[in-house]
Design a protein around this ligand. Structure first.
Ligand code: ATP
Ligand code: MG
Length: 381
């Protein structure tokens, strides 16, 4: 008999012929998460198992952040020959619980001499006799004693929900424009959850934005990396484009011209990285640069798809996700962002592309973009 963790996956189950590809990716991501806890990970009978970890709860927490994992169950594995021994173990696991319960058996080994309903009945009765604080409710039980009969018997009661989604790396690569705000880390999380490997680009306008603003973004990228199996963070020197925009462009187009620079630079870095899309935390109508007309103007220079997973979300909804994934507190630290340094008093909310292009006319766009890309610093998190 031994303690292990049973890892259940969700959507991958729906895959057809390429399911083995997704499973291999998932196992490798789970292994990566388990490594600090010294455990062993293996795939057997369409299940992922983890054993021999030195910290069960820490290991469960780490694996619950692996995209592709649907839930985790601390389980006991034992020989299936002696049904009474299995029932005794079930009683040990239910002891101390109160309220309603049921037994849910699954018999993958069809040669096993009892059917699933028979196991449910007999084990249910056995537990009932020995646990006076429990009663049976087969429709809405508070506790479920799960029994899986495979090559061995597996018993578990506790189920920890995990993040779901698809294993990182199975969906290609994309580059996140990561500010220090609330929205962009959430946007990165949402796309990584669909299996996409993420790199991040941050625009830094030293000395108008401080070292501490940069440190904050590094912390956010580190928090994201717990879900994304590592993140490369590119820090782009953005002071020169901003100063020139401020000096040479009509004020009402300043923000939009700046956002177009961000897109061009991020797209260039994305291409060098082999990433095929950009990701931003924009949400329709949130600020002047996020109206439909403004988004059309920024997309015009991206040259690749721009994913905006939060486009239809309210700020409150975004904050809920940020709290859940643990980035909210860091995002709320009060350091300035380069977007807020030269904010125009009356930004244009219904820009026309040709007007924005004209507003950029006095700038040497290619030279500014190339210099910014050349001055970029990379940090592996
Ligand atoms: P966030 O909360 O992510 O900062 P926001 O509501 O502050 O979003 P904006 O400042 O208009 O919105 O930025 C919109 C998007 O542009 C951000 O979600 C992010 O993807 C990108 N962005 C803004 N500032 C930066 C920056 N300094 N570096 C990289 N990307 C940025
Ligand atoms: Mg911002």
């Amino acid at each position: 008999m031994r303690q292990l963790i049973l890892v259940r996956y969700g959507e991958i189950y729906l895959k057809g012929l390429n399911r083995p590809y997704f499973m291999r990716a998932l196992v490798s991501r789970v292994k990566q998460a388990v490594r600090p806890f010294g455990g062993r990970v293996w795939l057997h009978d369409a299940r992922i198992f983890i054993s021999d970890m030195n910290d069960m709860d820490g290991c469960m927490q780490a694996v619950s952040k692996v995209f592709g994992v649907h839930s985790l169950c601390p389980a006991v594995e034992m020989e299936k020959g002696d049904f009474n021994a299995i029932c005794d173990q079930a009683v040990r696991m239910m002891q101390g619980l109160r309220g309603s319960f049921k037994v849910e058996a699954r018999r993958a080994d069809k040669r096993y001499p009892m059917t699933s309903p028979e196991i449910n009945m007999q084990m249910g009765g056995y537990i009932l006799e020995r646990c006076p604080d429990l009663h049976v409710d087969i429709h809405t039980p508070e506790h479920v004693m799960n029994v899986e009969i495979r090559d061995m018997a597996y018993l578990y009661v506790r189920v920890l929900e995990a993040v779901g989604g698809m294993p990182v790396g199975t969906g290609g690569k994309a580059t996140l424009l990561l500010s220090g705000g609330i929205d962009s880390p959430v946007a990165g999380y949402c796309i990584a959850k669909r299996g996409v490997e993420i790199s991040a680009v941050h625009f830094h306008s030293y000395p108008y934005t401080s070292e501490r603003a940069k440190e904050k973004v590094i912390s956010l990228a580190r928090q994201l990396s717990a879900y994304c199996c590592g993140v490369k963070l590119y820090i782009v020197p953005f002071t020169e484009p901003q100063l020139q925009i401020h000096e040479k462009c009509p004020e009402e187009y300043g923000t939009l011209v700046m956002r177009r620079f961000m897109m061009r630079i991020a797209a260039k870095i994305a291409q060098q990285e082999g990433a095929k899309a950009l990701i931003t935390g924009e949400s329709l109508g949130q600020v002047a640069s996020q109206t439909l007309d403004a988004l059309c103007c920024t997309d015009a220079v991206a040259g690749m798809p721009v994913f905006r997973p939060l486009i239809g979300n309210d700020k409150i909804e975004i904050i809920h996700i940020a709290e859940k994934i643990g980035t909210y507190e860091t995002s709320c630290l009060p350091y300035e962002d380069c977007c807020t340094v030269f904010t125009p008093r009356h930004p244009c909310t219904r820009p026309k592309l040709e007007h924005v292009e004209r507003a950029e006319g006095a700038l040497d766009i290619d030279a500014l973009v190339d210099a910014a890309v050349a001055g970029t610093e990379m940090i592996q998190l």
